[in-house]
Write a protein that binds this ligand. Structure first.
Ligand SMILES: [Fe+2]
Length: 343
């Protein structure tokens, strides 16, 4: 285990301040086995400095030990068999989730009981570099507000992408800006993005990912274009060279037709995010002005598709329109409320 540095305690204290942790509140830190115990100790120390009561909820180690393993397994976690731990977490005001209980039934149960919840599992360098700010929050909230009201989202790129999403169901749009100050809210530090899901079956067009675009969770930069033909919300063809064939084989490996459903769409809002394959990939997903195309599950948005094949596909240099208003031009956000100062 890495030693807890003063730098880590100070950074986590600033994060808890953004989360408005007050004297007398209860902060529960959820971890498993030896994983991220340095983060757990630093959060507990930082919360105490702010006058909060702290609870260290450290579950016995299961099979999945790294954050990557647990992300692959998301939706399943050892809390399901641990009512005592659940009771402690539900009684807290803020839960720091180092276990990746996020995206599970337990996460929802905890937040419905009142606590706000923050997922933290990226490398320390990334947490530091992508430390959230109120400006990031403001432009991400503005993005959510526009995206939730829109009826359509269309995006293009120079490789020939042209696809339109139609909204208008009970699916909720989501935003992540890296801290939680209100009861029941969930977020992920570090992140900066918005996303919404189309009406079932209401996406048509084609997406041509360019060389240099990213395939998560495969942690892969494409070295040649890959085209997805989308009809009525489903990818019906994947075209291209060797990388398209590899990708298709990998998706077929899940033996689940729901893997081909088009899922959320939105864009990145974090100006400090790098176009890089680092940690679990929050840089690429949050990259300012990317279009984040995604295939697979939509349960996070209120849908029923819970396929295990979940692909996040950030693309650079795209142009995008909400209800016909151009909001991104070749990777640059245009409207003042969505734009970061100096970008
Ligand atoms: Fe996704």
């Amino acid at each position: 285990m890495t030693a807890i540095s003063k730098e880590m305690v100070d950074l986590f204290k600033r994060e808890l301040e953004l989360c408005k942790v007050r004297e007398g509140e209860t902060v529960a830190v959820l971890s498993v086995g030896d994983s991220l115990r340095d983060y757990a100790k630093a959060f507990l120390t930082a919360a105490k400095k702010l006058g909060a009561k702290v609870i260290d909820v450290n579950l016995p180690a299961g099979k999945a030990t790294t954050a990557e393993d647990r992300l692959k397994d998301f939706g399943k976690n050892p809390l399901a068999d641990n009512p005592k731990a659940m009771a402690k977490l539900k009684a807290a005001d803020l839960v720091i989730d180092l276990l990746v209980a996020s995206f599970s039934a337990q996460e929802i149960e905890i937040r419905n009981a009142g606590p706000r919840m923050l997922l933290v599992c990226e490398d320390f360098e990334i947490l530091k570099r992508l430390f959230p700010t109120p400006e990031l929050r403001a432009r991400t909230e503005a993005a959510l507000s526009r995206l939730s009201k829109a009826r359509t989202f269309r995006f293009t790129n120079q490789q020939g992408t042209d696809i339109t999403y139609e909204f208008g169901t009970n699916y909720r749009a989501l935003m992540e800006y890296g801290y939680v100050a209100e009861p029941g809210r969930w977020d992920h530090w570090p992140a900066g993005l918005v996303a919404s899901c189309p009406r079932d079956g209401a996406v048509n067009g084609h997406v041509v990912m360019d060389e240099g675009d990213i395939i998560f969770p495969r942690m892969q930069f494409l070295t040649e274009p890959v085209e997805f033909v989308v009809e009525k919300g489903i990818v019906t063809k994947i075209k291209g060279g060797k990388e398209a064939a590899d990708l298709q084989r990998w998706m077929e490996g899940y033996k689940d037709p729901r893997a081909y459903a088009v899922s959320h769409i939105g864009w990145g809002t974090h100006t400090a995010a790098e176009w890089a394959l680092k940690g679990i990939g929050m840089d690429g997903r949050s990259y300012y002005g990317n279009v984040l195309f995604s295939l697979g599950p939509n349960v996070e948005f209120g849908g029923k598709n819970d396929t295990a094949c979940h692909m996040d596909l950030p693309m650079r240099g795209c142009s995008a329109w909400l209800d016909g208003e151009r909001i991104i031009a070749n990777g640059r956000l245009l409207p003042d409320d969505l734009k970061a100062a100096g970008f």
